[in-house]
Every structure is written in C-alpha cells, then in structure tokens.
Design a protein around this ligand. Structure first.
Ligand SMILES: [Zn+2]
Length: 230
C-alpha cells in the first residue's frame, strides 16, 4: 500500500512526459527523445577508479551528453532515458564482476526517502532493471543527509558517514555496488561500510558515469589521469 502513491506519481510523471513536446535528453533537440549523435555519445567505454581499495567501474564519463542525459533522468522525470543509459551500467558491471570467484549480488546504493518522494523512482535500480539486472535492495538510508552537490570531498564523506544500514540477509554475500554517478566515492564508501558491518564482502562497484576529478573541487587541475585498476 505504501508504494501505491509513489507508483501513481511515477505514472503521472510518465504520462505528463508523453503529453509534453519531446526533446533530446542529451542536447535538447526538439522532436526526438534521444538523437542519433547523443545515442552514439552514450556508447559505453568502461574505465575504472581506485577508491582506496574499492575498484569502481564506470561506463561513461559524467560530461557533455552523458551528464545531461543523467540529469534529465534524475531531475526532470525522464525515466525513458534509463534505457539509453542501461548499456553503460551493463558494461561497467560486466567489468566489475570479471574475475569474481563466486556469484555476486548486485546491490544499489539506497535512495533517500526525500529523493523517493520527489522523483517517485530509484535511479540506480531503474537503470539496473533496464540493463536486465535484478538489484537486491539490501541497503537502507537511516538518517537524513544534506545535499552532496554543494559539498567538497571531506564534507561529503562526513555528510554520509554512518547514514546507511544493511538489511538482514547480507551476511556472507559477495556484493557489487551499483550507483548512477560516481563523484568523490563517499557514498560508495558508506555503502561498503554498512554492508561489511553486516558481514558481506564488497568486491567492486559499477556506476553509469564517473565524474572527471576536476569537477569535484579537489583543488587539483589536469587530474583526470586514472590509477591503473587492472
Ligand atoms: Zn541529442
């Protein structure tokens, strides 16, 4: 019953999107949901980042059309874009599970109740489902956190620290974490902490897109070079 208003809100948002004039989610071109050049720009090119012992794979760089498409999905109710972003998550997940010695469970980073009320859907879960993956919602948000976007690296870490809890049943599982956008890695680190506190082992992370480090406010410039993750 709790899910009913959410489902109705999501259905209304989708119905409204059908009535409004459509524009390309990547570049704003009118009359098409996603134009051919933007579709090409969303072709995945997996890369990885070492987040202090947690290897995070991404299918796209969070820039240009990919950033606009993700914002359309996250902020403008464009749930149709999830299908176009699904190959990026599928490829990053494929890289993340390569070499795993036993079956892994795909666990999405949890969506806060406030974000769920605002959107009516969970972005990582939706993209995962469009990629043919059935995510296991083993993480829950246990306290309200501030908006990460306005914060620097250290502030992001303290903002989310201790904000998640793993549900019963996580113990003993090998997990790959899934999220939409990787920025500093603070959210993935908290998700990993919560799962490992519950007895799971986080083997890697897979995201749709990774933010170039120069956008994060680290004070470093030209720091897009990645450590080798292989
Ligand atoms: Zn376009």
């Amino acid at each position: 019953m709790d899910d009913l208003p959410r489902a109705m809100r999501a259905a209304c948002a989708q119905a409204l999107a059908l009535l409004l004039p459509v524009a390309c989610a990547g570049c704003g071109l009118h009359g098409v949901a996603l134009c051919d050049p933007c579709r090409v720009a969303l072709r995945p090119a997996p890369r990885c980042r070492d987040l202090g012992g947690l290897i995070a794979w991404s299918g796209l760089v969070f820039d240009g059309q990919a950033a606009r498409a993700l914002r359309a999905l996250k902020e403008r109710g464009r749930t149709d874009v999830a299908r176009a972003l699904a190959p990026a998550l599928r490829e990053s997940l494929r890289a993340a599970v390569a070499g795993a010695r036993r079956p892994v469970v795909v666990v999405p980073v949890p969506t806060s109740p406030a974000a769920m009320r605002r959107r009516g859907y969970r972005v990582p879960d939706l993209v995962a489902r469009r990629a043919g993956i059935r995510p296991a919602r083993l993480l829950a948000v246990t306290r309200v956190t501030g908006d990460q976007r306005a914060l620097g690296r250290g502030e992001r870490a303290s903002n989310v620290a201790g904000s998640m809890r793993a549900r019963a049943g996580a113990s003993g599982l090998a997990v790959v974490l899934v999220d939409d956008v990787l920025t500093t890695g603070a959210t993935l680190a908290e998700a990993r902490r919560a799962l490992e506190a519950a007895g799971a082992r986080v083997v890697a992370a897979a995201v749709v897109a990774d933010t170039p480090l120069r956008h994060i406010g680290t004070g470093r410039t030209g720091s897009d070079e990645r450590p080798s993750c292989a």
